[in-house]
Design a protein around this ligand. Sequence first.
Ligand SMILES: *Cc1c(COP(=O)(O)O)cnc(C)c1O
Length: 355
Amino acid sequence: MDPKSIVQSMIRPAIAAMSPYIPGEQPQGGKFIKLNTNENPYPPHPDVAEAISAAARDRLERYPDPLGTAFRIRAGEVLGFDPEWILCGNGSDDILTIITRACVGEGDVLRLPYPSYILYRTLAQIQNAKWEEVRFNADFSLPGAFAIGQDRLRLVFLPNPNSPSGTVLSPAEIGELAAKLPCPLLVDEAYADFADTNCLELVRQYPNVLVSRTLSKSYGLAGLRFGFLVAHPEWIRVCRNVKDSYNCDTLSLAGATAAIHRQDWLQENRAKIIATRSRMQTRLAELGFDVTPSSANFVWCTRQDRPVQPLYEQLKANKILVRYMKYEGWGDGLRISVGTDSQIDACLTVLESLL
Ligand SMILES: *Cc1c(COP(=O)(O)O)cnc(C)c1O
């Protein structure tokens, strides 16, 4: 037998059948304006690199703090929670993995809205669980079916703001959903810092509401890999049994702790991104796009009059990378991350010349 068949014969059937999660392109060469993976165009506060250097100088021979205590204390102060309500993760993807492993077994059902974050499906596949995609209504509200319990439903993922739409459901709507669901509702708040509302209060009200956050987007730290969970201390205790003992390394803990201390930096960049977003939405609409009003750091736009895939290709030929997304049975569009003003101007100028 050739090595490929040997490996395939040795792995679980659920893994053999998996289609991989494909993240957005990360071009390694060339000078691209990167507007395809919702990174922050602004770098983190200089304190972050400073803290990472200091940790690299002083502490690499030791294992990290397995619980990330310093980060949890400061994050708790910022968000109004005791540290017992916070769990650190190696990116919020790690948090989503931990929760899935804790709650979803073989043959169980994981529910997610459609279209939304593709990774949720992959997490279900790894568990050999089923996933049930419930379509958003045309206005990106959720149909009643999303709240209906069913046999073996073990976990519901809800990105809020959602990707790729950038739309947000109100905490009141999500609270109603939580009250009806017989299972945990994980609200993925990767983009909540760019919205006007969030669901942290629901975590206190409903034991089945968990909120995940990431430093990748709003804090400009996608390269660091740091996210966290806010949930009832009993959830945190359970997650500690499931997670890798040292799931966050010394450098990311140092960087994340420095970053969470600089709320002024966060607010400044947030304001810049929201201003650029608003300008970008107006101009895209003038250029004939149907623009979904965004509460995130990206804008979802579609067109009635022509296919958008060629626009993606032509932007790429001009060294501007946006995300072309096509959802089976739902439609396609461009998801354009909010860059700096000059990056967005370059993108709009190319689009203008193409239309
Ligand atoms: C980017 C993103 C994440 C992943 O965040 P990391 O902390 O970088 O792992 C999670 N959920 C959604 C919806 C995202 O868009």
